[in-house]
Design a protein around this ligand. Structure first.
Ligand code: AP5
Length: 205
């Protein structure tokens, strides 16, 4: 699942995984968990993430290889946030693991900034909210588990702009790579998440 920051990769990848019995593998979530756990990878990653920069390829390629080797990926997975550079895509291809499709969610930039600056995430269960589009019932608390909602450090406006620039420079060429391979499905990511999901599933037929 590809797309600019805030395009809805996490939202759509979760829906696709839960409805098709696949495992959701989000590299952003993996890095945030490593940071929370206080590992060396997590500490290194945080420095890059908080500045809106990409974590170095050699760290990412190793992390993803380890994650995909686990049993729960045996029946299929939805990759969210990887690959993000042509080098990552080439390393992934060298593993010989087939991809069924590459979905790119396309959303206008003004909408992306609005989505990211209003995003809040549950510290306990990871459920995502948006202050205007999908607010929690009680301000600051998760509807599902009553956990505390927080704003990601990289969702501050200055960092959002940097993430967009990095996307255009390093990740947009990956789309071209998959277009040439005949795997790319470009889907509009605007509208209600269920509406977007219908387009995603249609693109896979
Ligand atoms: P990551 O966590 O992957 O962040 P990202 O790509 O910037 O994407 P986001 O999580 O911000 O957005 P999303 O597209 O998943 O949208 P979401 O569904 O959350 O990566 C973070 C950092 O980790 C990177 O900057 C980098 O430093 C590092 N990293 C990760 N992978 C890496 C790699 N492979 N290589 C190197 N570094 C790596 O939705 C966003 C908001 O919009 C939410 O509030 C949601 O509720 C709302 N929303 C979603 N869909 C809709 C809709 N249809 N309508 C209205 N609102 C919507």
């Amino acid at each position: 699942m590809m797309g600019a920051p805030g395009a809805g990769k996490g939202t759509q990848a979760r829906l696709l995984a839960s409805r098709r019995g696949l495992t959701h593998v989000s590299t952003g979530d993996m890095l945030r968990q490593a940071d929370e756990a206080g590992t060396e990878v997590g500490r290194t990653a945080r420095r890059y993430m908080n500045q809106g920069q990409l974590v170095p390829d050699d760290i990412m390629v190793g992390l993803v290889a380890e994650r995909l080797a686990r049993n729960d990926c045996g029946n299929g997975f939805v990759l969210d946030g990887f690959p993000r550079t042509v080098r990552q895509a080439e390393s992934f291809a060298a593993r010989g693991q087939a991809l069924e499709a590459v979905i790119a969610l396309v959303v206008p930039e003004a909408e992306l900034v609005e989505r990211l600056s209003g995003r809040r995430v549950c510290r306990r269960c990871g459920t995502m909210y948006h202050l205007s589009f999908s607010p929690p019932t009680t301000a600051g608390r998760c509807d599902r588990c009553d956990g505390e909602l927080y704003q990601r450090e990289d969702d501050l406006e200055q960092t959002i702009r940097e993430r967009m620039a990095v996307y255009a420079r390093d990740t947009a060429p990956v789309l071209e790579h998959y277009r040439r391979a005949g795997l790319l499905r470009e889907v509009s990511g605007s509208g209600d998440p269920e509406e977007v999901f219908s387009r995603v599933t249609a693109s896979l037929q």
